[in-house]
Design a protein around this ligand. Sequence first.
Ligand code: EPZ
Length: 418
Amino acid sequence: MAARLVIEGGRPLCGEMRVSAAKNAALPALCAALLTAEPVVLDNVPALADVVTARALLAGLGAAISDEADGGTRVIVRTLASHEAPYELVSTMRASVLVLGPLLARSGLARVALPGGCAIGVRPIDQHLKGLAKLGADIAIRNGYVEARASRLKGGRITSDLVTVTGTENLMMAAALAEGTTILENAAREPEVADLARLLGAMGARIEGAGTERIEIEGVAELGGARHRIIPDRIEAGTLLVAGAITGGDVTITDAAPRHLTATLAKLEECGAEIFVDRDRVRCRAPERPLAADIITNPFPGFPTDMQAQFMALLGVAEGHSKITETIFENRFMHAAELCRLGARIETDGATAVVRGVSAYQGAPVMATDLRASASLVLAGLAARGITEVSRVYHLDRGYERLEAKLASLGARIERVA
Ligand code: EPZ
């Protein structure tokens, strides 16, 4: 039987907790090492299931990966042993598509399994492919694989039809070794995109405007090695702060980047929490009872879709009615039905969910369906009366480093049982 978490709720979480590094910054950084034959050393790489998958993917492509005594992760791809990202790996981690741009830019050839859909949506990669074709690549889809070829990519202007995070990252990495200048319009502004640009810059790339909607990349003939520290995880940070707010506690996160959390902190304040920010620390003191608030998810700097589920759990015990509008993924309310098993009153209709706050959750067995849904069920379990059992927690391990240990050290009664 897959591991599950058993939570005895009703205890306020209090204390300090260090934030781990961002999964969604570590994965593109690892893939960027494919762009050079020199060593790339990454500091602060989180111990996550998705990082294990990324390491296996890179090793299959010819990377030598070692853990340094000083905590760094050293990646060297002297020569490519393969140009293929196999379905077995891509199907377990969609972000594997981030090898497409680097492989094509480095060797002129890439064969990457199409990721397919996932629990939260269809998630096509048409914008990635459209962009690479604009840089001169021949793209074909055969037997469930993207086959891309280019003698050398040529710079161009790419206007994305919609904001895509990994799409922007893939094209930025491809353009870094292209001939001439590339302009990415309507680019993603997420902090993870800017962090990748910092790494590429340290490797010798010429990139302007990362973190804004217009990024200019002047291609170079070759990239070198670099050492880079991965940014803190703004979604883990937000999840820990909501854990304090939903349990009536007082939680301080450290080693965080508050400027990446503005929309999340503003929403916590709207829910009645007191927020104190001091350099890399954020303290959240819970209200007597959370207040209702409306949420509309948007690309950064808007409210992050990756915090939507956690806030649904919080608003489920708030005073009043809240409306949540999910604009990024078409199927990201799977957690609503499970929260209703804990006594929540939530009605979903397409992209909106109406949450009628109840005074308390009742513990029950629930099932996780995806990474952030699993976090929302854990948060609800921490607030519930009685025992909650969350099954399929392998979803959680993909994106949270030792979450139950962190919550336990803040006072939670939570245990993983096999
Ligand atoms: C990144 O996914 C994150 N993953 C996701 O985090 C996050 O939810 C998402 O950005 C949005 O913030 C990583 O960084 C590894 P998108 P990504 O391309 O890049 C559509 C988590 O919980 N789209 O920005 O795959 C797409 O279907 C995960 O940590 C196209 O239509 O997301 C979606 O509706 C989940 N065509 C929207 O755009 C494309 O070519 C945004 O997706 C690309 C995207």
